[in-house]
Design a binder for this molecule. Structure first.
Ligand code: ADP
Ligand code: MG
Length: 293
C-alpha cells in the first residue's frame, strides 16, 4: 500500500506547486523539529538598493561609487547589482577594472588604475585583518540598527567608503514563522550577512535561532549542529551557497527562483517561490501519512 499512498501524496504535492525529488524526505516533513531559512532572497525580497554612503576624508562619494562599481563589474551578486545601479543613477563614469576575483561569502577583488581594490562585508574585513575607521564605523552601526547590509570599499587594504543597502522582509515570511510555530516547529535563520542585520530581521519575524556571518563552506555545518542535538531539520534556500546545506538537511527545500545547483541539491522544490508552501508541505505530509494508518 505504501507506493500508492506515496503516489497520491506526490501528485497532490505537484498540484500544490511542490516538486518532490525525494519521496522519503516528503514523508519526513511531518516530523520536522526545525526549519532553517536562508535570509536573503528567501525570507527577504533580496532586492537590495543602496540607501546611504559614507567616505573617509579625501574620498568623495562619486569617486567611491565609481570605484566600487568597477570592482563589482563582473559579479552577479545582488549587492554588486545594487552598487552598479546606484553608480549609474549618479551618472558617474566607471573606470576599467581587471583581474576580477570573487571571494565566496566575503566580497570581490579587482585592479583599478593599478590599485588593488576590494568590496565586501565584515567577513572580508576579518580575512584581510582590516579595521574600520571611526567615521565609517559610526555609519555602519546606524545602518545595522536599521537592518541595512553594509559593505566596504578598500584601497591599500584600508576601508575608504561604506555603502548601506536595504532589503525588504517578505510579507509572507511573517505568516510562515507563525504558522510553523503553531505546528510546533522551531524556526532558524542562516545567513552570510552581518549579525546586526540578521538579528534585526529575526527579531522582526520572531525567529528562534540565528546563524549569522556564516561562510558558504560552513553552512552545512550549522545544519549538522542542529542534527547533532537530535533534531530533524529542513533547510530552505535558493542560492549556490545554500546547496551543501540543502543536501545536508533531512529535508532540503529549494525555492522556485533558485539556482540550478540549489534545485539539484534539494528533496523538494517549491515552484511558486512562496515560503508559505513550506507550511503547506508540512501539513500535506502530516495529512497524507496520517490517512495511511
Ligand atoms: P547570503 O548568505 O545572505 O546569501 P552570501 O554568502 O552571498 O550571503 O554573502 C555573504 C556576505 O558576503 C554578504 O552579506 C556581503 O557582506 C559579502 N559579499 C558577498 N558577495 C559580495 C559582493 N559581490 N560584493 C560585496 N559584498 C559581497
Ligand atoms: Mg540567498
Amino acid at each position: 500500500a505504501i507506493p500508492l499512498v506515496v503516489a497520491i501524496n506526490t501528485s497532490l504535492a505537484a498540484r500544490n506547486g511542490m516538486l518532490v525529488r525525494d519521496r522519503a524526505a516528503m514523508e519526513q516533513a511531518r516530523n520536522l523539529d526545525t526549519v532553517v531559512f536562508d535570509k536573503t532572497g528567501t525570507l527577504t525580497e533580496g532586492e537590495h538598493g543602496v540607501v546611504g554612503t559614507a567616505t573617509v576624508d579625501g574620498v568623495d562619494e562619486d569617486e567611491a561609487f565609481a570605484l566600487a562599481a568597477a570592482v563589482e563589474g563582473d559579479s552577479e551578486h545582488m549587492i554588486a547589482r545594487a552598487i552598479r545601479e546606484a553608480a549609474a543613477e549618479r551618472g558617474v563614469e566607471v573606470p576599467d577594472a581587471s583581474d576580477f576575483e570573487a571571494i565566496k561569502g566575503r566580497g570581490v577583488r579587482a585592479t583599478v588604475h593599478g590599485d588593488e581594490l576590494f568590496v565586501g562585508g565584515p567577513n572580508l574585513l576579518d580575512q584581510l585583518d582590516s579595521d574600520v575607521p571611526d567615521e565609517l564605523q559610526r555609519f555602519a552601526d546606524e545602518a545595522g540598527e536599521n537592518a541595512q547590509t553594509v559593505v566596504y570599499l578598500l584601497r591599500a587594504g584600508e576601508p575608504i567608503a561604506a555603502f548601506a543597502m536595504a532589503d525588504v522582509v517578505r510579507e509572507s515570511s511573517f505568516r510562515v514563522v507563525d504558522a510553523l510555530h503553531d505546528l510546533g516547529v522551531e524556526v532558524a535563520m542562516l545567513t552570510g550577512d552581518s549579525q546586526d542585520v540578521a538579528s534585526a530581521v529575526a527579531d522582526e519575524l520572531g525567529i528562534d535561532t540565528v546563524f549569522a556571518e556564516v561562510l558558504p563552506e560552513d553552512k552545512d555545518g550549522k545544519i549538522r549542529e542542529l542534527q547533532d542535538q537530535g533534531k530533524l531539520v529542513a533547510m530552505v534556500g535558493d542560492g549556490v551557497n545554500d546547496a551543501p546545506a540543502l543536501a545536508r538537511a533531512d529535508v532540503g527545500i529549494a525555492i522556485g527562483s533558485g539556482t540550478d545547483v540549489a534545485v539539484q541539491s534539494a528533496d523538494v522544490v517549491l515552484v511558486q517561490n512562496d515560503p508559505m508552501d513550506v507550511v503547506r508541505l508540512v501539513k500535506l505530509s502530516r495529512a497524507s501519512y496520517r490517512k495511511m494508518q
